[in-house]
Design a protein around this ligand. Structure first.
Ligand code: C5P
Length: 416
């Protein structure tokens, strides 16, 4: 079992939520609640202006802790902002006003939050919220550049309706994005500098304007791999077919939406060339209709029973062949095999036939493994060995697979 800190990276982490004087301060309440649901220990540091929008009592009720008070609230020889800076794993500033960011950029310390930030050496995530003209103003943009150059991670702002009723860039990023950025920020970056392309989900092969061929893949395994890899610092291109679940906004994760096997082939191949590893988890359609009818096929004319199918190109096999032709070791190639019985034999066959380094195979007929469930029991198959992973959540399975990808990438790097 993975320790809880790896399953939910915020578990047991101490997060200081700084809140500025913006109407978006009310959404910080939701951020505090979500962080606590994920097991974080949360304390809130509202600025004096923030307290005019949301009372500290609200934040104290939601966090279960007293708010960090004024910068001069030194009692019994204890200096709260210094203690807080030592205790915190992460500072998440939401909402960050233009004024608050200007003060952060210039090292001012007239609020407990600002004093804590000056004493804090760890990761800082900032979610700006303001009117679009304030956001685009040269002074604000210069302050943003300064903060970025110091390693502060900014989330948003996004386009949308603003406090004035106008629309534009300046709205605070969605709560889910802030929570995901917080999870990313507290993770060890052991995959930093690694470029990955990951495929996920089904592909859809159109038959006519209303019908298509597809499969039951939910994309969860590929998504788990992409999210975990990005949290561990990899730069991830996620080439995915139509998914029923949203791709979370994780820093370093770039989703590329495609529909057909041909589109997935093109987008994946061009990214694989500059990747350290390609992890092909998608359930790519094996065949597509030879032609795409412009008008709806008529069953009365027997057109539906005469559909001619042609094979799609195998992305993984093509990458394997291209690598072999160049006598190259990169990118590391990882494939998946969903079988119903004789898992090891089929996986060995695929490993050889597609020319990859690792096949992750599972029996989709087994309860709690495969499509549309949150768990998997995987057999990892390398050219000279194999190993079963324990039956576990797709997040946990993804974690183990990424450890193996990391080892394979390290081996090719040494051999270059
Ligand atoms: O042959 P099979 O479909 O079982 O192989 C599965 C593996 O090959 C998966 O890694 C899948 O993503 C990949 N694949 C591919 N392109 C195809 C078919 C499968 O990359 N057209």
């Amino acid at each position: 079992m993975l320790p809880p800190s790896m399953q939910t990276p915020l578990f047991g982490k101490r997060v200081l939520v700084g809140v500025g004087g913006s109407i978006a301060a009310y959404r910080a309440c939701d951020v505090v609640r979500r962080l606590r649901e994920l097991g974080a220990i949360v304390r809130v540091a509202p600025t004096r202006a923030a307290a005019a929008f949301v009372t500290p009592m609200t934040f104290e009720a939601l966090s279960g802790m007293t708010c960090l008070g004024g910068v001069l609230d030194v009692a019994h020889g204890r200096i709260p902002h210094v203690e807080e800076a030592h205790a915190s794993d992460l500072v998440l500033v939401c909402a960050a006003t233009a004024d608050l960011m200007a003060k952060m950029a210039h090292g001012l310390a007239d609020e407990a939050l600002l004093a804590t930030l000056l004493a804090f050496p760890g990761p800082v995530v900032v979610a700006p919220a303001m009117e679009s003209h304030m956001w685009s103003h040269a002074a604000t943009q210069a302050n943003v550049a300064t903060l970025r150059s110091r390693g502060v991670h900014l989330v948003g702002p996004v386009e949308g309706v603003l406090a004035s009723g106008r629309s534009g860039a300046g709205r605070m990023a969605p709560v889910d994005d802030l929570v995901e950025a917080a999870a990313w920020a507290v993770c060890d970056k052991d995959l930093a500098g690694t470029q990955l392309v990951i495929t996920a989900g089904p592909t859809v092969e159109d038959l006519d304007p209303v019908r298509f061929l597809s499969n039951r893949s939910s994309g969860r395994m590929g998504l788990a791999l992409a999210v975990q890899a990005a949290r561990r610092g990899a730069q991830v291109s996620l080439v995915h077919g139509p998914l029923r679940i949203a791709v979370p906004a994780v820093p370093g994760l770039t989703p590329i939406a495609v529909r057909s096997a041909a589109e997935m082939h093109e987008e994946t191949t061009k990214r694989a060339a500059r990747s350290d590893a390609a992890i092909l988890c998608a359930a790519v359609a094996d065949a597509r209709p030879r032609t795409l009818a412009k008008t709806k096929l008529k069953k009365s004319k027997g057109e539906l029973t005469r559909v001619e199918l042609v094979p799609t190109r195998d992305i993984l096999a093509d990458l394997g062949a291209a690598r072999k032709k160049k006598k190259a070791k990169r990118p590391v190639l990882v494939g998946f095999a969903a079988e119903t019985g004789e898992v090891l034999a089929y996986a060995r066959g695929k490993l050889a036939h597609k020319g990859c380094d690792l096949i992750c195979a599972n029996d989709v007929g087994e309860a709690g493994s495969g499509f549309d469930v949150d768990t998997n029991r995987m057999l990892l198959v390398w050219p000279t060995e194999e190993r079963w992973l324990p039956h576990a959540s797709k997040d946990e399975v993804a974690w183990h697979i990424l450890d193996e990808v990391k080892a394979l990438v390290a081996r090719t790097t040494r051999r270059r």
